[in-house]
Design a protein around this ligand. Structure first.
Ligand code: 4AD
Ligand code: MG
Length: 462
């Protein structure tokens, strides 16, 4: 076979065959007579060992085989005599595709810090850690589609360029083709967006939910899975300016159904990782987080605690703990509060529901008490909020009143309001932050290390 992946070769039970392998040199060691090259092609964590009989090769060629160089090796797959691998390749010929000068190539054999690797994000996929993270990321994306496909949810594409601010936080990136040195202005002196490309002010989406609801109110069950953008100046380990979100939305789901879906979905994903990414997870467990696999198993095997926001506040206030931020009824919970509830009080994931309406978005279903909404946040160990969602307000009058109360412009959400005029239905949904899920599954503590090319304030390199 012309392009055999190392992951397949390592599973081979047919030593003796002629093989061709292509990949990047991780290490070269050896003695006067023989060199051992560890070659990796990204298909799996493990390298294949190439055994080179020095007498049969040109010295100039051998000198070019250094860490980072890219090679093609033709040879025989043989049972390995050394420990650590069952098969290896006895090289018959070697072609060098690309050299990597040891004086300049930044990824030498020694372990590098995650901080250093962030500065060379264009090369870090070649490390064991990022190879593992990116393979796990792929597996999770695949499992997401599999889960929803098997549960009757249709993949629904919502626009990335939009004129509506779903979360109402005003944290959006404007999309414009206007000349910023010569911006058209109207008679009041304000920017005249009617002259802009779309004829109105448009931005990168913060969430596909509003359009997703249109899908749910026609196809029944849908999910989105795509990039979202937030122009918040949050410099934390769990905020990125560009991140991926999964947003299921389902007609006839009430808050209870929504909670059940969220718990089942996230357990499915974690179980999928445990079943399908074992080698990479064991590596992450060994290198970065010795409790990782135990924590993943715990989440899969235990019920999430469901709790009212109001009770949560009472627990926090009774904890005697000095928090950095206040937590009176009506305050938004900070990650320190969320983590106290999850890691110290309940010692399991928590689904917190019925938040004060003042700290949640306009679209959430209002409870009869007049002060809370049918919101739900799923709180996770080490992460805090991993999911945010709610049952949606399906009453036209109430929704319109809330839009007005918040000073939102009806002309931006007229189409959304219209869905409550014709064939309105109870429905619910949530958003799972894909990158936060990856932090949880890989055990890494910084969102910048689970995205191939993170975008954060003042950082858009690569
Ligand atoms: O809680 P959020 O803002 O909810 C929504 O956007 C709803 N429209 C979702 C819905 O009901 N369909 O965001 C949902 C999740 C959060 O729980 C978090 O995991 C993630 O998205 N998230 C971020 N992840 C990384 N960086 C950021 N800046 C994030 N902001 C939110
Ligand atoms: Mg939220």
């Amino acid at each position: 076979m012309k392009n055999t992946r190392i992951s397949d070769l390592l599973k081979s039970t047919a030593p003796g065959s002629d093989v061709t392998v292509k990949g990047w040199v991780r290490t070269k060691r050896g003695n006067k007579n023989v060199a051992f090259i560890a070659l990796n092609d990204g298909s799996c964590l493990a390298n294949i060992q190439i055994v080179v009989d020095l007498a049969s090769f040109d010295e100039a060629l051998l000198k070019q085989i250094t860490t980072g160089a890219c090679l093609r090796v033709d040879g025989k797959l043989v049972a390995s005599q050394g420990a650590g691998q069952s098969v290896e390749v006895q090289a018959a010929s070697i072609e060098i595709y690309g050299t990597a000068d040891p004086e300049t190539y930044p990824l030498q054999k020694k372990g590098h810090s995650l901080e250093f690797l962030r500065e060379i994000a264009y090369l870090r996929p070649r490390t064991n850690t990022f190879g593992a993270v990116l393979r796990i990321r792929h597996a999770m994306a695949f499992a997401i589609h599999e889960y929803f496909h098997n549960h009757g949810f249709y993949y629904f594409h919502t626009p990335i360029i939009t004129a509506s601010d779903c979360e109402g936080a005003g944290a959006m990136f404007t999309v414009t083709t206007m000349d910023l040195n010569d911006v058209p202005r109207n008679e009041q002196g304000a920017v005249d967006y009617t002259k802009d490309f779309f004829g109105k002010q448009c931005s990168l989406t913060v969430s596909g939910q509003l359009e997703g609801e249109l899908g749910a109110l026609s196809l029944g069950r849908i999910y989105t899975f795509g990039p979202t953008f937030r122009a918040e100046n949050s410099n934390t380990v769990r905020h990125a300016s560009e991140f991926w979100m999964i947003e299921p939305e389902a007609a006839f789901y009430e808050l209870e159904d929504n909670m059940e879906l969220a718990e089942d979905f996230i357990k499915y994903l974690v179980r999928y990782a445990l079943d399908n990414c074992r080698e990479d997870l064991e590596f992450m467990n060994k290198m970065w987080d010795p409790e990782l696999i135990d924590r993943l198993n715990f989440v899969v095997n235990n019920d999430f605690k469901r709790l009212d926001y109001t009770e949560g506040i009472e627990i926090l206030k009774a904890s005697g703990r000095k928090f950095e931020f206040p937590c009176e009824w009506g305050d938004d919970l900070q990650s320190e509060h969320e983590r106290y509830l999850v890691e110290e009080h309940f010692k399991r994931p928590v689904i917190l529901i019925n938040y004060p309406k003042g700290i949640k978005a306009f679209y959430m279903k209002q409870n009869d008490d007049g002060r809370t909404v049918r919101a739900m946040d799923v709180l996770f160990p080490k992460i805090g909020e991993i999911i945010g969602g709610s049952e949606r307000e399906n009453d036209y009058g109430k929704l319109r009143a809330r839009v007005e109360e918040l000073g939102m412009s009806e002309k931006d959400v007229w189409w959304y309001l219209d869905t409550r005029r014709w064939g309105s239905a109870p429905h619910s949904g949530f958003g799972l932050g894909f990158d936060r899920l990856l932090m949880f599954v890989t055990g890494l503590g910084n969102i910048r290390d689970v995205q191939p090319f993170p975008r954060t304030p003042k950082n858009a390199e690569f």
